[in-house]
Write a protein that binds this ligand. Sequence first.
Ligand SMILES: [Zn+2]
Ligand SMILES: [Zn+2]
Ligand SMILES: [Zn+2]
Length: 106
Amino acid sequence: MKKILKRAASRKPAAEPAASGCAELANTPEQDPAALTPGACQECAELGEDTWSHLRICLSCGHVGCCDSSPHQHATNHFQETGHPVMRSHEPGESWRWCYVHNLMD
Ligand SMILES: [Zn+2]
Ligand SMILES: [Zn+2]
Ligand SMILES: [Zn+2]
């Protein structure tokens, strides 16, 4: 069962809309990769953790990780480990993207 953390209602990263100069957002393929672990953070699942706030999907490889409001912040961790620069919200009804390199939302 997925537990939602109350403190992280629907916090989105505060940033300007995509501006020119972000090659990462500009170069994401039109078709997102399929989620490797749909609806679950891959590392949390491996840890037996089921407490995360929101999920983010890596647009380079389809890795699903938990957001910065979650205890483990595996989405950011995935960027730091792999350098995959762009993720998209994996939450129902949300489709915004985020470039970790430029801290830019699209
Ligand atoms: Zn960028
Ligand atoms: Zn996680
Ligand atoms: Zn990735």
